[in-house]
Design a protein around this ligand. Sequence first.
Ligand SMILES: NC(=O)c1ccc[n+]([C@@H]2O[C@H](COP(=O)([O-])OP(=O)(O)OC[C@H]3O[C@@H](n4cnc5c(N)ncnc54)[C@H](O)[C@@H]3O)[C@@H](O)[C@H]2O)c1
Ligand SMILES: [Zn+2]
Length: 670
Amino acid sequence: MPFPLWAKKRVEELRNIIEYHNYRYYVLDDPEISDAEYDRLFKELLELEDKYPELRDPASPTQKIGGKPLSKFEEFRHSIPMYSLDNAFSLDELKGFCIRIEKTLRQKDIDYWVEVKLDGLAVELVYSKGRFVAGGTRGDGEIGEDITANLKTVKNLPLKLRGDFPVYLEVRGEVVLFKKDFYKLNNDQVAKGEKVFANPRNAAAGSLRQLDPKITAKRPLRFFAYGVGKLEDISFNTQEDIYFALKEMGIPVVPEAKRCTNFEEIENYFKEIQIKRENLPFEIDGLVIKVNNLDFQEKLGYTARFPRFALALKFPAHQAETVLKDVVFQVGRTGVITPVAVLEPVNIGGATVSRATLHNESEIKAKGLKIYDHVIVQRAGDVIPEIVRPLVEKRTGREKDIIFPTHCPVCGSKLERIGSEVAIRCVNLSCPARLEASLIHFVSKKGVDIEGIGKKWIPIFIENGLVKSPSDLFKLRKQDLLSLPRMGEKLAQNIINSIAKAKHKITLEKLIFALGIRHVGEQTAKILAKNYSSLEELSKASEEELCKLRDIGPEVARSIVLFFKLEENKKLLLELKKLGVFPIKVKEKDNEFRPLEGKIFVLTGSLKHFSREQAKKIIEDLGGRVSSSISKKTDFLVVGEKPGSKLQKAKQFGTKIINEQEFLRLVSYR
Ligand SMILES: NC(=O)c1ccc[n+]([C@@H]2O[C@H](COP(=O)([O-])OP(=O)(O)OC[C@H]3O[C@@H](n4cnc5c(N)ncnc54)[C@H](O)[C@@H]3O)[C@@H](O)[C@H]2O)c1
Ligand SMILES: [Zn+2]
């Protein structure tokens, strides 16, 4: 079919747009658009190329894999190309795939090996005689980047294989960052004033593609295998065989996998995994369905971009189109002004969405939003819905710019920007909006947990002058409450009771969290409560001292010290103490992973992968201790290059001596 001019133009435009986003995603690890949106562009291009074959071009992004390797790394050539995967976005498409397979193979009842699709970075590992000797990224499928040194720091990646391993083995899999590690990394990046990553996938890719393996070593990356490349002296019959053989060699494999014998089984597994998804520790974006039999795989073969025997079935995107009706400005408890989008209510994946966060002014500018724009809204898991982008092509001319306020919408004080922060805030400490937000935070479940007042009564208490600070809550008497409109005897008594009940249950960590100190979330509050016995002691801590605690950086430390310096906070502390809001210190339940609990280490010589400080931190994080000299109590001496006299001494004491490789294995996650 001859193609119309508009199609040619659109195809060219799409190719340019996609190439640009490929560069941002594969080369810079810094995408600008969501994957769902990328997939939509990609699909549009595929469909046009399909409809108008004359427009096809071997240079089109639809015919290529991934991105060019970066020249800052040595080249890593794959013995057998690493492909991408064909995508399906619905069960209908999956059905089509199954039917195609049956037709091509002229056979019914095909076995499929189905795994979750991990959202990370594809790598290949080379094992020679059972030892990890090299590894690289997928790159453009033929040439990737040699990241051997970085891969060695991946905690659960075995440097030596177990059991019966072949002479030569190439293992393929995905390097990922767990969700909790991703949030922590981004928090640290914020505290250090460095760039934050868009999602765990990009954080994993960015961490692995570092020139300095020491940086990679600090990021808790993990590897999971899903296949093999070139092999010597071993052969397999099915994809499933590969999976279990790798597992037996001590290689971590994709944690969720299953054999399915027909379309319905895959469909059920897909639904099951969708429910499980939010609770998995890592991000997945769908399932990968592979024909199990390897002879069949070979018969089905490959296109330029993907194998015909496999398919990625992606989860439906939580996106929808609606209209941005207005933008309102909320004042948070730290005074930060947050723009909130008011939307024409729209159903996304079963929930009605009528508001979305816009984060801050620069985000609005970056997205180029205007009031009355048609917009794409996204909701993922339990996160607050957000606007992905405006549909500029639907503008009619009546759209209005979003004007950011210069004064607090509640108290009218002039808004300020502190330092280089993107946020603008109301700095009036007695701004009613701030007071309200901080009191609601104070009584919340994760805070001091006073049941039944929250959002409903706090504004009324404030309006009627009953509370001006958190400590006032504990001074409330029944007769004060009875003066309020719509308040009865029974309700008043209930409120008084729940305040009294909460008072006796307040723990130090909850109180620290409840105070709403900037940058101090639940996790940090826990750490502080672990290290200080009371608020009083914490209020005397210096920045230096705080910085020594695990997970606390200079910015967080500064913010804590600043908080306790403020006169009104000093007063609050005193009041709370007088009122008997005296948290009892609870001993933390330690459900952390502490395999080195109680073990004493001594280090000597220099290590290739870590500085002394880093090695010390790793040991301590896993529960062990580092001592500076050898004694009878020492469990391990870790020997680096050019060891000192400690080596001799360790031999005398009969201390277990390990080299860096052995140390790496010891601290590896399994
Ligand atoms: N947001 C953006 O700007 C942008 C840009 C480019 C690409 N992308 C995203 O990347 C996708 C294309 O990237 P791609 O070519 O790497 O393809 P892909 O990620 O869709 O699928 C191929 C990859 O899946 C991985 N994978 C995970 N688990 C697997 C398993 N169990 N078995 C086999 N493979 C498994 C492998 O690394 C493989 O290389 C797009 O669909 C889009 O979602 C986004
Ligand atoms: Zn204000």
